[in-house]
Design a protein. Structure first.
Length: 284
C-alpha cells in the first residue's frame, strides 16, 4: 500500500514537472514595450552678453545646443561690470562681451577669478564724427569722448596717436591715460565716460571713440561712418578679440565646451559676415 502510494505521488510530481517545463515562459519585453520615460531635464547654461552683437550671435546656436540637451539662456546687460561680477558670483555661467585686456584689468582691480576659454570675434574700434566731421577739421581745444575704463581708454588714445593727433609715452602701452600724452598740438580735451554712455554724447563733443558693439547699437557703421578705424589685420584684431569667459575651474564644463564648438562653426562665421557688414569680424 505504501509503495503504491509513493509511486502515485511520484507520478504526480513528474507530471506536474513536465507540464511546467512544457509551458512557454512569457517573453521579457521590458526593453521593447516598456513605456518611454520622460527625457532628462536639459542642462541650463546661463550666458551674460551685450545685446549687440553678442546676444545676437549667441541666438544663432540656441537650437544647436538644444539638440544636445543644453538650454542656452541668454541674458542681456548694458554695461561692462555686472556681467563679470555675475559670473564670479555664480549668477551666470558664462559671459560674452569683452576682450582679454579688459578682463585682465578687471581681475586685477576686483580680485575676480575669470578666465577666457575662446576668442570668437573682433569689433574694429573707431573714432566717429560728432560736431566735427573729420580729424583734419578738429579745432583747437576740440572735445573727444573716450571710454573711461583703463584698456578701452588706452585703445582710444593709441588710435588717436596712430592718426597723428597726439603722442603718448611709449612705456604706457595698453594702460595709457591722458596723463601719458607727451604731445597734444590741438589741445584736445578728453571727456571720459563709461563706454556704454559715449554714443549718448555725440551731439555734445567734436568726436567720439566708441567700442564696436556700442557703435552698432547707436546705428553707426564702422566701415562707413568711422573717420579713424583700427586695422582689421593689425595686432589689435587679436589683442581685442571678444572672448567667452567663465569662472576659473569651469573651463572644461561640457556645456561650455559645446557652446564654444557651436560658436566656432561655419554657420556662425557666415552669419557674422553676412549680418554686420565688416563691423564685426569672425576671429576663428
Amino acid at each position: 500500500m505504501n509503495k503504491k502510494f509513493f509511486a502515485l505521488v511520484l507520478a504526480l510530481v513528474l507530471a506536474l514537472s513536465l507540464t511546467a517545463c512544457g509551458e512557454k515562459a512569457p517573453a521579457d519585453t521590458s526593453t521593447d514595450t516598456k513605456a518611454p520615460t520622460e527625457s532628462a531635464e536639459p542642462t541650463v547654461l546661463k550666458v551674460a552678453a551685450s545685446p549687440t552683437p553678442h546676444a545676437e550671435i549667441l541666438a544663432q546656436v540656441k537650437d544647436v545646443l538644444a539638440e544636445q540637451g543644453i538650454d542656452l539662456q541668454i541674458h542681456e546687460y548694458g554695461d561692462y561690470v555686472v556681467p563679470n561680477t555675475a559670473v564670479e558670483e555664480g549668477d551666470e555661467d558664462v559671459n560674452y562681451f569683452q576682450h582679454q585686456p579688459y578682463l585682465d584689468q578687471f581681475n586685477e582691480e576686483n580680485g575676480t577669478h575669470l578666465v577666457s576659454v575662446a576668442a570668437i570675434h573682433y569689433e574694429p574700434f573707431g573714432i566717429y564724427p560728432c560736431k566735427t566731421d573729420s580729424l583734419e577739421a578738429l579745432p583747437d581745444g576740440a572735445t573727444v569722448a573716450v571710454p573711461n575704463d583703463a584698456t578701452n581708454e588706452a585703445r582710444a588714445l593709441q588710435l588717436l596717436a596712430s592718426n597723428g593727433l597726439i603722442e603718448i609715452d611709449p612705456s604706457a602701452g595698453l594702460k595709457a591715460t591722458p596723463n601719458d600724452i607727451t604731445s597734444n598740438p590741438k589741445n584736445l580735451q578728453f571727456v571720459e565716460l563709461e563706454a556704454a554712455m559715449v554714443p549718448n554724447v555725440t551731439t555734445e563733443v567734436d568726436i567720439a571713440a566708441i567700442n564696436g558693439n556700442y557703435a552698432l547699437q547707436a546705428g553707426f557703421s564702422s566701415a562707413n561712418d568711422a573717420i579713424a578705424l583700427e586695422d582689421a589685420d593689425s595686432e589689435a584684431a587679436q589683442t581685442y578679440a571678444n572672448i567667452i569667459v567663465v569662472k576659473e575651474g569651469n573651463e572644461n564644463n561640457p556645456a561650455v565646451l559645446a557652446l564654444v564648438e557651436a560658436l566656432k562653426s561655419d554657420a556662425v562665421r557666415d552669419y557674422i559676415n553676412e549680418t554686420y557688414n565688416n563691423n564685426v569680424l569672425p576671429i576663428f
